[in-house]
Write a protein that binds this ligand. Structure first.
Ligand code: PLP
Length: 345
């Protein structure tokens, strides 16, 4: 059966250029970049070349980037590393943050949920785009350390670092390899390393993952075209949503009319259980999601949806469709037809 993948916010298939770069890294740059011999120095040269290319794309200095294994790890290193200096003061946090952000914040003395009073907050945490709804969020302008989770926005919409002090990025959301992510920090943050070791300028110990990091640089090289192809998805997304909304007045699109990722539709299908709809679509050849993939398997309704004021029952009825760049209109039409049948419309 032909498969159609509509779960790009969970992960994306690695680009051919990424497979090539990662394979080449394993073949030619397997040396330990910390070693001083020729094999090590060759690996070091390619690693720093990759860092420079990624830094140029983000318009930051290469030394400000730390290669990590996931955005989850980067958020843990960042937030837990700020805690000794800032953790006794409140953090202002967007309630729909990913658990990768919320978990390390559990160690902080006080968390205030937006739109709480920001007075006295030492840090502010705001995702650039919601993985579940696609809604885009501006960074609050506050005199605090401003942390941006750009994992979901990267490659789908332009991301600025001018309005924040630290940010994280995930490679596997942009056609890069799994195991590749970035932590960016403005110099001078009151941050201490958790993973001690000489690598990454003593900010993240552990022998660098050459295939992941060189593969990430290859994905980053393709970002301009990816951004363009993602932008081109908005009309397909809008057409799908208009069709679904025409089936029942009980259906809703979360965040419709708000600035959103061009590839994401959070369809609130009152009267249905999102999980059942997702399983039926999977059997029909379509991969979609009921929310963040990290939460599937758990029966809890999505906090990212209830944080917007929806009930738990409504949150359970959400189906998330997230398209890959270059998704064909025919595939979207096929999804709409299958969904219509599953919903009995
Ligand atoms: N932050 C957001 C908004 C995400 O969507 C995700 C992954 O879904 C993460 C962080 C975690 O990224 P990673 O899979 O690289 O750990």
């Amino acid at each position: 059966m032909e498969r159609h993948y509509f779960d790009a916010n969970a992960t994306t298939p690695p680009l051919p250029q990424v497979l090539e770069a990662a394979t080449r890294a394993m073949r030619e740059a397997w040396g330990n970049p910390t070693s001083t011999h020729r094999e090590g120095q060759r690996a070091r040269h390619l690693l720093e070349e990759a860092r420079r290319a990624v830094a140029a794309s983000l318009a930051v200095a290469p030394a400000q980037l730390v290669f990590c294994a996931s955005a989850t790890e980067a958020l843990h290193l960042l937030i837990r590393g700020l805690r000794p200096a800032l953790g006794d003061l409140p953090a202002l946090v967007f309630p729909g943050e990913h658990s990768a952000c919320l978990n390390p914040l559990a160690e902080w003395t006080g968390v205030r949920w937006m739109p709480a009073d920001p007075g006295g907050c030492a840090t502010v945490v705001q995702m650039a785009a919601s993985n579940e709804t696609g809604i885009l969020y501006p960074m609050p302008a506050l005199p605090a350390v401003r942390i941006k989770d750009a994992a979901q926005a990267w490659g789908k919409v332009p991301v600025t670092l001018a309005d924040c002090d630290a940010a994280v990025f995930s490679g596997h959301k942009i056609g890069g390899p799994r195991g590749a992510a970035l932590l960016w920090m403005r110099p001078g943050l009151p941050w201490t390393a958790l993973l001690e070791g000489p690598q990454e300028r003593r900010r993240r110990g552990g022998t660098e993952d050459q295939p992941a990091n060189l593969g990430l640089a290859a994905a980053v090289a393709e970002l301009p075209g990816r951004l363009e192809r993602n932008a081109g998805l908005a009309p397909l997304r809008d057409a799908l949503e208009a069709e679904v909304l025409s089936w029942s007045p009980d259906y809703e699109v979360i965040g419709r009319g708000l600035p959103r990722l061009p590839n994401t539709s959070a369809l609130l299908l009152r009267g249905h259980v999102g999980e059942s709809v997702q399983i039926a679509l999977d059997l029909a050849g379509f991969a979609v999601s009921t929310g963040s993939a990290c939460h599937s398997g758990s029966t809890r309704p999505s906090h990212a949806v209830t944080a917007l004021g929806y009930s738990e029952a409504e949150a359970r009825s959400v189906l998330r469709v997230s398209m890959l760049p270059g998704t064909a209109p025919e595939a979207v039409a096929a999804l709409a037809a299958a969904l219509k049948q599953v919903l009995g419309r």
